[in-house]
Design a protein. Sequence first.
Length: 433
Amino acid sequence: MAQEIELKFIVEKDSVDALRTHLHSLSGEHHEPVQLLNIYYETPDNWLRRHDMGLRIRGANGRFEMTMKIAGRVVGGLHQRPEYNIDIEKPELDLSRFPTEVWPDGELPEDLSTEVQPLFSTDFWREKWLVNEGKSRIEIALDLGEVKAGAFQEPICELELELLEGNTDDVLKLARKLVGQSGLRQGSLSKAARGYHLAAGDAPRVIKPTMILSVAPKASVELGFEAALELALSQWQYHEELWVRGVKDAKAHVQAAIGLARNALVVFGGIVPRKASTHLRDLLTQTEALMATDVSAQTVAYSPQNAAAKLALTEFLVTRGWQSFLDDKAQKKIAESFKRFSDIHMSRSAAELRTIFDRPLGDQYSDQLIRLKRDIDSILLLAGTYQGVKAQAWLENWQGLYHAIETRQRIEIEHFRNEAISQEPFWLHSGKR
């Protein structure tokens, strides 16, 4: 078994030549393009997908390899997951050759070998550069081709940085050097993910409103902080993809996701000092400023500012970049109960909301939109250890108020304001009852 660690970027088509020239300038070993043919398999009931497993056969230069990828972690465009590779003599599956540890129950499921069928394929040319960064050996792969599923297809134009030996920090360090030029967009959708989407009929991708963050009941404050930032980054990645594809209103959700990341840094700011995220916040500000101008999705998504900001957030998460800034007191606080932390901070947000909206504000409601959005985001990040229906019902009145103010519906404003301020909290006050 190998631990696959890859960082993926989508490459703007018009930037391929400039990128290739830049990669040639690196001191490394260059490999001419090789055609890779890949067939991905699945069962009629999506058994592999449901178990977060991916099965493929890859062919190149008359050689074939059978690969199984199993559950791992994806943060931004950084993929960390175990994979099992087995050389085979011809492009035919032999699932019995995988070790038993691959399978969820410790053994090859009965009939799986006869149920798996080809689902989609990828056909692309891979050009590689092998470089040394720090103490690590890293493969840079430029892939150009297409993914196909039945009558549907999508172009492949992407760059992958794969750690061959060494540590993840060096992959991120190399990435920082590459995103200084335009034309790269950190992408979380793998070739396989796009293939599965095409195979399912290529349905239009739709807006996904940010839902209440779900965390484990006994999570620490640090796990809650990580989950909050991962949610923001995930929403950013997803809606940026939609924005580039021309989906209406996706830009607003990208901006909201960046705001959610900022708010997470504020909510946990009593433990994680501002100096821990100074560089990240500066990069977020630059991206927000660019998005505030009348520029296209392509211009923003493939800009060095956007690429650097998403990479910085990814790195902050993967390396736990806040840890080195915590003193002994903060270390103890960040290891405490996230639920108790949430109780205290939700009480503060609720108190602020009641103070602001305890009476009609006439023509001044719009002045409070930023504070209202901030408190709504805080509840989204903090309410996940409680029963979802009650938390969502409590939150919906404040979200309704926000929408009514934004769309200037005076009657609706007063309706939601009265409903919102009269609600009883669904959490334990300040962690006690």
